[in-house]
Design a protein around this ligand. Structure first.
Ligand code: ZN
Length: 331
C-alpha cells in the first residue's frame, strides 16, 4: 500500500470516528468499520442470522463439485408443514424452506430442499396440509445449490411440474459432474428479468439477483393474510460461497440494490428467504400459534424492515469487498 493511500484511509477512518456512525440509510464512509456499523444498524434485532452469517464469519470460497453428503438423521431436519398465509404454505425443514403458493389453477412451489428431505417434507407435507402434490404446476428454484434444487427432479418426473431456474444456474446443473448421483433435473424454463410466472389468479415476478450464484432468482409476489393482500420480497441467495473477488462482490452489491428497489416499489412488507437462519421462518411459524385477533402477522415486518434486510446484505458485501482490496494493497 502506498503511503498516500494509507494516509487517505487513516483520514477517512478518523473522520468516521469524529462524525459518528451514519444511520442505515445514509451512505456510510468507505471503510470496513463504517460498512459493518451500517450493516448492524440495518439488521437491528430483526436480521441477526443474516448479519452473523455474512458480516461476522462469512464463507469465502465456493463449494466443490462433490456428491451430496449422506442424509443426516431425520430428527435433525424434520419440521411439521404449516399454513402461513391464506395462500402460502411452509413445506420445508428446520433449516431450509420450501413454500407452496396456492392459486386458482394449482400450486406454485418455491425451492425444493435437499434431495433427502424433498419426498417427505414437500410431497408428504402438501398431503398433510390437504393439498394435492399433483397440482404443483410450476416450481421456481432460487438457485442451483443442493439445498434448494434437491427435489426439482422429483417434482419434474413425478408431477410433470415446470421448473424455472436462472440460465446460468441451469448451466451449473448441466456442467456438474458429481452433484447429481441420482440424475439431474432437465432444462425447462429459463427465468429472466421481470418475467412473470402466472398460474391462474396468481403471479410471481422474477428479479434475478446474481451474486450468490450467477443465476440466482429473487422474486416478488402477493399473499393474503385473512383476506388482506400483502406483498412478499423473496431473497433467493445469501451467503458468500462464490469466488471471492471484487467483481463478484460488485455484482452481489448491485443485485441487492436492485431487489431492494423492486421490493420498495412493490411496497413489500413481508421478507422471506429459503433458509430459516435468515428469515426466522421456523420460529415465526411457531409464533403464529399464539397470534391473537388483530395482532400483526409474524412475517409482516413492514416496508422499512424489508429494505433494511437488503441493506444488511449490501453492507456486509461491502465489508468483504473492502477487506479484499486492503489485503491486495498490503506490501
Ligand atoms: Zn446456496
Amino acid at each position: 500500500m502506498t503511503r498516500k493511500i494509507r494516509a487517505a484511509l487513516a483520514m477517512v477512518a478518523g473522520m468516521t470516528a469524529i462524525l459518528g456512525v451514519a444511520d442505515a440509510f445514509a451512505q456510510p464512509a468507505d471503510t470496513v468499520d463504517a460498512h459493518l456499523a451500517a450493516a448492524k444498524a440495518a439488521a437491528q434485532f430483526d436480521f441477526t442470522g443474516t448479519l452473523a452469517r455474512i458480516c461476522i464469519a462469512p464463507q469465502t470460497a465456493p463449494g466443490r463439485d462433490v456428491a451430496p453428503a449422506p442424509a443426516p438423521d431425520r430428527a435433525t431436519w424434520f419440521a411439521e408443514p404449516a399454513k402461513v398465509f391464506d395462500n402460502l404454505y411452509f413445506v420445508g425443514t428446520k433449516i431450509h424452506s420450501s413454500w407452496a403458493l396456492t392459486t386458482s389453477e394449482g400450486i406454485i412451489l418455491i425451492d425444493t430442499l435437499y434431495e433427502y428431505a424433498s419426498e417427505e417434507a414437500i410431497v408428504g407435507g402438501l398431503k398433510k396440509l390437504g393439498l394435492d402434490p399433483t397440482k404443483v404446476k410450476d416450481v421456481i428454484v432460487s438457485h442451483a445449490h443442493g439445498d434448494h434444487v434437491g427435489g426439482a427432479k422429483l417434482m419434474q418426473e413425478k408431477f410433470d411440474s415446470r421448473l424455472v431456474l436462472g440460465g446460468p444456474d441451469w448451466e451449473m446443473i448441466e456442467k456438474s459432474v458429481n452433484q447429481y448421483p441420482h440424475g439431474k433435473p432437465k432444462r425447462d424454463i429459463v427465468g429472466t428479468d421481470g418475467q412473470k410466472i402466472t398460474l391462474g389468479d396468481t403471479t410471481v415476478t422474477l428479479v434475478p439477483t446474481p451474486g450468490h450464484t450467477p443465476g440466482t432468482l429473487s422474486m416478488i409476489f402477493q399473499v393474503k393474510d385473512q383476506g388482506r393482500p400483502l406483498t412478499v420480497a423473496y431473497s433467493g441467495g445469501t451467503a458468500f460461497n462464490f469466488p471471492n473477488d471484487v467483481p463478484h462482490f460488485d455484482t452481489y452489491i448491485a443485485s441487492q440494490r436492485k431487489i431492494s428497489a423492486a421490493a420498495a416499489a412493490a411496497n413489500a412488507t413481508v421478507l422471506m428467504t429459503n433458509h430459516s437462519e435468515f428469515d426466522n421462518a421456523v420460529t415465526k411459524i411457531k409464533l403464529m400459534a399464539a397470534r391473537k385477533a388483530g395482532e400483526p402477522h409474524p412475517f409482516e415486518v413492514g416496508r422499512d424492515a424489508v429494505v433494511r434486510y437488503f441493506k444488511v446484505m449490501e453492507e456486509c458485501a461491502q465489508v468483504a469487498r473492502l477487506k479484499l482490496l486492503q489485503a491486495a494493497a498490503k506490501p
